[in-house]
Structures are given as C-alpha cells and as structure tokens.
Design a protein around this ligand. Structure first.
Ligand SMILES: Nc1ncnc2c1ncn2[C@@H]1O[C@H](COP(=O)(O)OP(=O)(O)OP(=O)(O)O)[C@@H](O)[C@H]1O
Length: 610
C-alpha cells in the first residue's frame, strides 16, 4: 500500500497524460473533442488547487481569468502571431491577478469567496458594456487556423507544465508557506511568513495558467461573447472537480476532472435543460460525502496503515488563578516514551551557543533594556484591556507578567508580537520602535512567542512545524541543514525522534513542546511565553521550569505570562502585575509577590506567604 501511495501519484498523472496523448493518434474527432475538454479541466482544476488547495481560499474567479484569456484571443488573435497572443494573455492575466490579489487576499473565508464571484461577474458586465456600447455588437468572431488537434497538444503542454510547476512549488519554501497559511494564518505570520506576498505569488501563478487555458481554448469557438467566455458554470465546475479529487494534493484535481468531464458530457447530451440542477447535486454530494476528496480517502488509508498506535487525545489544560505547582490535566499517554527535556540539557547549550556574544550581553541585566513598553493601551469596544501599561525587560532576564484573569496579560503579549495593533503608546525593541509592525516583521526583529491556546499545525509533521519557522526567520535556511536543525530543536524540547509524526496526533503537553521548538527555531532574542507551563503535572512542571531556566542560561530574554507561582518564584528576575488593564506592581519577584496590593488583587492571603 505504501509503495502505491508513494509512487502512485506520479504513475497516475503520467499514466493519464500518456493515455490522453494516444487519443489524437487513435481516436475520432469526437474523442479528441472530449480529450480537449478533459485536458482543459485538468489544467484549470489543478491550477485552481495550486492556490486554493493549500490555502483554503475558495476562488470563484476562475472564469474571470479564463474569459480574459479567451477575449485576448478574440481581440488580438488575427493581429499578432499566436505565441505572442498567448504571451500577451499571460501578461494580462498576471497583471489582473496581482491587482485583484493585492486588494482581496487580505479577505478570508466567505468574504473572499463572495468577492471572487463578484469579480468574475464585474468583469463579465464590463466586457458586455464595452462590446455593446463601443464595439456595437454583443460578441466577436474568431477566425483562426488552429484546429482541434493543435489545441489538444497546446493543452497537453499546459497540463505537463502545471504539474511540473505544482511539483516544484510543493517542494519549495513557498509551498510550505501556503500550507502553513492554510492551517493557521496567524501562526504563519508568527513564523515570519509574509502571508500576503506568499498568497499573491501563487494566486498569480494559478491565474496565469487559467488565463492561458482560456486563450488556448478560444479558437474552438468561432464566435465569442461574454456569456460564453465568462460563463460562471466554469468556476463552479472547476471547484467541484478539485474537491471531488482532493484539492490538498497535486494529483487530486485530476482524479475529479476526468470522471466529472465525462459525466457532464453525458448529462449535457441527455439532460441539457437540467444541467445546472445536476451540477448542484454533484456539488452537494461531493462536499458532504467526500470533504477531502478521493485523495483524502487514500491519505486516510495511508495514515491508518502507518499509525503505530491509537492517536492520543489532546487534553487542554486551563489557565486561571494562581497555582502552586498543582497537577494539571495534561498528563499524556505518549509522553512517557519521549526523552525528557532535562535529558537534553547538554544539547541545549550547544544548540544556542553560536550566539555566544549575546550570552555575555544578556548576563548584564543592568544595561539598556531589550524591550521597553511605554504607555501602551488597547480597547475592545468599551473594555480597556490594556490601559497605559509601561514596563521594561532587561537583556538576559526573565520577566513574569502576572495578574488575575482578564487583567490584560495576553492582550499585552498580542500587542508586543504584532498580532493586534495598539490604540496608543509605544513598543521599543532592541533600540528600535516596533509599534504597530506586522507580526512577520516583528519576528524578523527577534521576537518569538507561544500561544495561550496551543497553536500547532495539525496537518504538518513535527519537523515541518519547526521548518516553517526556520525557512522564514530573518536568516532563513532550507534543505538538509534546516531539517537537521529542526531535528535538533525537537530533541531540545523533548521530542527527539518524533520528526515525522503529524502534529495533530501529539498530546497536549507535546504540542506545547512543539510550539516552543517552533518559537526557538526563529532564533529569537526575546521569547514570549503565554502560560506555557499551564496544565503540566508536577514532574512535567519541574522539567518545564528546568527547560526555561536553561533557555535563560543560553542567553534568551523571556517574558512569561503565568499563573503557576512556583515557576514565577523560581524563574523570574522581575514581575509586572496587571489588574484591569493597568500595572499595579513592577519590581523584583519576591518584593512584588509580597506587596499588599498584589496579595489583595491577585494572590489572596495564602499564596503570598508560601
Ligand atoms: N479580541 C477580543 N475582543 C474583545 N475583548 C477581548 C479580546 N481579547 C481580550 N478581550 C478582553 O480584554 C480583557 C483582557 O483579556 P486578556 O485575555 O488579555 O486577559 P488575561 O489577563 O490574559 O486573562 P487570562 O489570565 O484569563 O488569560 C478581557 O476582559 C477580555 O475579555
């Protein structure tokens, strides 16, 4: 089974293309016409899935680009040599994709779907208006001496090209970036990925293929009008085909395109008046019955075959009130097999040792602060989540950010990491202002973080989770060196040998470890930990504390939001206490934890005396 899954896709694609290549040699005109339709939809659906598959951005703009290609031929076909016409079509498709992408790829979910559909309609209406009011006719005749067989071979070339490009993209940094974006765009930005640029790049590649397909197909019609060139059914059919086959893998759309083109041919011939209804029916069946397509079924078979044991369930621990080394709920089944973080203490030091110079500066906690927060504020509606907060973080120190639930700690971290923009105030980091910068830019300045609710990329392996950071940090690396680094970091946090395990199968604790490895992979100067120790049992807690202490020894500066008071006491040089968005105490840990206002607002009577 595994051999089939490994080599099957290549065999499937090359086998299908080889079979199609025989059609003009052996088949009738009807068969060639059918093969042209099959090939065109293979290219369209594969190109569509190049972008929409990994990102999950469902575009209904396919026909906008297809129609642009067809209309370019209608206008320029008789004026310019054919290769130049195709080149012009590709360029127009590229420019439109860049303009549209820049304005829409900030949208996500249903907004993007609706906009992409609206875009196709808008272009159709504009072309119709132009034809009627300027051209004084509804459509145009296309008299080109390009026969069906020539169209077939051009589409064949496009199909080969789209698979080669797809294959290259999936192995590239860009391919990984799009997968990460598809899983969690926030994490993508916190891995240093310029998400807009990555999406734009592949949207443009996908759109150029679709535009050229429209151009190549145009000579099939002797007459083109906007209703033909911009028929919205094309967009829907492409989506259905890609979803049926599985948009998540390169060969998926082919699995959907071949049977559905044949099915639509039968439906079109026998039930021409019910085509749309039957298309809708197929759409519903595909979405409900096969949400991940045929390829998804094959993938599931693969994961069942390779599963070493039953998947362990993630148990989310709870943050909340102060805890003194309490047992969390996150004890994991798989954890006992994993090397403990403590056992990797020696690799820790060698791992981060290239920044030996930094270690020297970091030990000097009295110098210029690494992070300076000045009068920071953020409101959500009427809630002042962060209200004029100021504090400093010295290089090489660990600062605990503590306070009762809802006091604004996570919001403060979100502001520092660029997840949300502040309403007022300033954030200075390493001598430069970073207020309001995007997360990916802040990552490149040297700030990494973990999240209160763990955010690992479930569909990716542990190694790829870490690779996502290594590949897009300020000084990125890729290939074997990066893989080796990822493996080292996984071992560093206690996940040695788990490189190829899907992150979605990790236990809660192990996903926290993975998230930490990903943050460390960014080579940060400052690490923001949001309740990283929450939900650990006593043994795990001691290991976690030892791990964080070792990070400090290796020169990392850390701000940790935490409710586990044992950890705060043993790790933090200073504590900043927040209450209702404001700072109520800031100073040495022992002194702050004993302060009456802190005891009153947060700790209660007992804990402060511990
Ligand atoms: N995206 C948001 N939209 C609206 N309100 C928000 C949002 N994020 C935070 N808040 C509100 O801001 C306040 C501060 O929340 P925040 O999560 O920063 O507190 P916290 O100190 O981290 O709490 P906890 O210890 O429970 O994690 C709360 O009242 C919360 O409900």
């Amino acid at each position: 089974m595994s051999a089939i899954l490994r080599y099957g896709p290549a065999a499937l694609v090359s086998g299908t293309l080889a079979a199609l290549a025989l059609v003009p040699l052996l088949g009738s005109d009807y068969h060639v016409a059918l093969a042209v339709a099959v090939l065109s939809y293979i290219v369209l659906a594969t190109a569509w899935a190049l972008f929409s598959g990994p990102t999950g951005y469902v575009s209904l703009a396919t026909v906008a680009f297809f129609g642009i290609g067809a209309y370019t031929v209608a206008v320029l076909g008789e004026v310019l040599p054919w290769p130049v016409v195709l080149l012009v079509a590709a360029l127009i498709g590229l420019v439109v994709a860049l303009v549209v992408g820049l304005s829409t790829l900030r949208l996500s979910g249903i907004y993007f779907v609706v906009f992409s559909f609206g875009l196709a309609e808008l272009i159709r209406q504009l072309v119709t208006w132009y034809e009627v009011n300027v051209g004084r006719s509804v459509g145009r005749y296309v008299f080109l001496d390009i026969g069906q067989t020539a169209i077939f071979w051009q589409l064949f070339g496009l199909a080969v090209a789209v698979f080669v490009v797809g294959w290259l993209v999936r192995r590239s940094r860009l391919g990984l970036a799009l997968q990460v974006i598809g899983e969690d765009e926030t994490v993508a930005r916190h891995c240093g990925i310029d998400t807009t640029r990555a999406k734009l790049a592949l949207f443009a590649v996908s759109s150029v293929f679709i535009t050229v397909t429209g151009a190549v197909m145009a000579p099939r019609w002797t007459y083109i009008d906007p209703a033909i060139a911009f028929n919205p059914l094309v967009s829907f059919q492409v989506v259905v085909m890609a979803l049926l086959g599985g948009a998540g893998v390169l060969y998926g759309p082919l699995l959907g395109a071949v049977p559905l083109v044949l099915l639509f041919d039968v439906i079109g011939a026998n039930f021409p008046n019910h085509f749309s209804i039957l298309l809708g029916l197929v759409f519903v069946v595909v979405v409900y019955g096969l949400p991940r397509g045929v390829a998804g079924l094959l993938g599931r078979a693969n994961s069942i075959e390779h599963r070493a044991g039953p998947p362990s369930h993630r148990v989310r621990g709870e943050g909340g009130s102060p805890r003194s080394g309490e047992t969390g709920e996150g004890a994991s089944r798989g954890y006992a097999d994993a090397p403990s973080p403590g056992s990797h203490a020696s690799s820790v030091r060698s791992d981060l040792s290239p920044r030996a110079g930094r270690r020297e500066t970091c030990l000097d906690v009295s110098g210029e602060p690494l992070l300076e927060i000045v009068d920071l504020s953020k409101s959500f509606g009427g809630v002042r989540a962060v209200d004029g907060v100021s504090f400093q973080v010295a290089r090489g120190s660990i600062v605990g950010l503590i306070g009762p639930n809802g006091s604004g700690k996570t919001t403060a971290l979100n502001l520092i990491s660029g997840l949300i923009p502040p309403r007022g105030g300033a954030i200075r980091f390493d001598g430069a202002e970073i207020t309001g910068l995007r997360s990916d830019r802040i990552v490149h300045r040297g700030i990494a973080r973990t999240f209160q609710l763990v955010r690992v990329l479930d569909e990716l392996t542990c190694a790829d989770n870490v690779m996502a950071a290594i590949a897009f940090r300020r000084h990125p690396s890729w290939g074997e060196k990066a893989r080796h680094r990822a493996a080292t970091l996984l071992a560093r946090v206690g996940l040695a040998g788990r490189d190829e395990e899907p992150a979605g199968r990790l236990t809660y604790i192990d996903s926290k470890r993975l998230e930490l490895a990903r943050a460390l992979a960014l080579d940060p100067k400052l690490l923001l930990l949001d309740e990283w120790l929450a939900g650990l049992n006593p043994t795990e807690l001691q290991e976690g504390i030892a791990l964080i202490a070792s990070l400090k020894r290796d020169g990392l500066t850390i701000v940790m939001v935490e409710h586990v008071m044992d950890a705060i006491r043993s790790l933090c040089d200073r504590c900043v206490v927040m209450n209702t968005g404001r700072t109520i105490a800031d100073g040495g840990t022992a002194e702050v934890l004993a302060a009456p206002e802190v005891v009153r607002a947060y700790l209660g009577g007992g804990d402060a005396d511990d």
